[in-house]
Design a protein around this ligand. Sequence first.
Ligand code: PLP
Length: 421
Amino acid sequence: MNNKWSKFGNRFTRHTGARELMDDLGIAINTKRNICMLGGGNPAHINEIENLFRDELRNLIDSDSEYRRMLGNYSMPAGEERFRTSLAELLHREYGLEVTARNIGLTAGSQSGFFLLFNLLAGKQSDGSSKKILLPLTPEYIGYSDVGLESGMLTALRSSIDFLPDQQFKYRLNISELTINDDVAAICVSRPTNPTGNVLTDDEIRELANLASVNEIPLIIDNAYGMPFPQIIFSKSKLFWDSNTILCMSLSKLGLPGIRTGIIVAREEIIDAVASMNSVLSLSVPSFGAVLLSNLVASGEILNISKAIIQPFYFERMKRALDSVHQAFHGLPYRVHKPEGALFLWLWFPDLPISSQELYSRLKSRDVFVLSGHHFFPGLEDEWPHQHECLRVTYAQEPELVHQGLLIIGEEVRKVYEQSA
Ligand code: PLP
């Protein structure tokens, strides 16, 4: 058959970084080969956490009413009601957020939440004009790149770079260059940022919130790795929300990517719109994650396990990976972004003689899967050589595997610099 897709079909079936990433992840999980999978965003398998979820699940399936709540009933289109109420109470009790269940909506994974939110706010408007989502700090999450129903829905700003000791650097918000034109529908940041592990400071978040409020547009903060859970965040930072903020969370990085649960905290009209879109797309959203986490959220235990188990686990892995980086790249002109959170090290090879995509291919042929940095500049219109000089490496995998992978990356990068000398 000669595939002639619609405009929508062509847009949503083209080759994307997200597809490449998820295909690589599938190959690595399903192969018997010894692959160093440093590419995907899969969370680690933390025994203590997995045992806890397993116990919760056993208790739930042994109860008729909980079994039905989890598996036997459609949920409300905004998501399972009791979970939303418990989460609202937790956010109020622990962080003082003025929210109720009507401020909380669930989606089938937060990735699909971004599809809904971006297309709700940006793109063609009813008056014929077009609006965009502004990403004020690139590099930024690959998953935002392709969710727009039409092209050109993102616009982005280069960050400035602070050079730090120990071969480190940190991206900073270029606040003086941040102007909000009429065509900006919302500002969006991930915190911690995937891919860099950067955490926008409380001041930076306040400045963005202020800018959003003055311009009467929402500020979307993607906390997939951050506060209040799973808290894979190593720098001092506060949870921020006000009625102009759309806070996005996920159960994936707690260790539950298979149950596809995203959470949106926002003002009521936005949650109502998400509920309407959920019902058109899928009638209702999965309840599995919401019910599985219900008790942990109602008791607040979810915050304790995030802080006492998940955060130290990743901190330890990050430290080991950082040591391996310094060993693998010793003597080379490398830099590594200050790791303040999430699961990744972001490596920068200034003046790299080949593109990061070519380096990705060479590494893949040696069974080391990473992500080429060029995928992480969604919406950036001007060409920035820096885009082709970076790699993202996850440290969620076993430390030995991460170490071995980094040594191979070191060998390949060394070859590239030496051959061009
Ligand atoms: N936001 C960020 C920053 C992410 O890194 C991811 C996944 O890697 C997501 C959102 C989407 O998460 P999920 O759809 O699994 O909830």
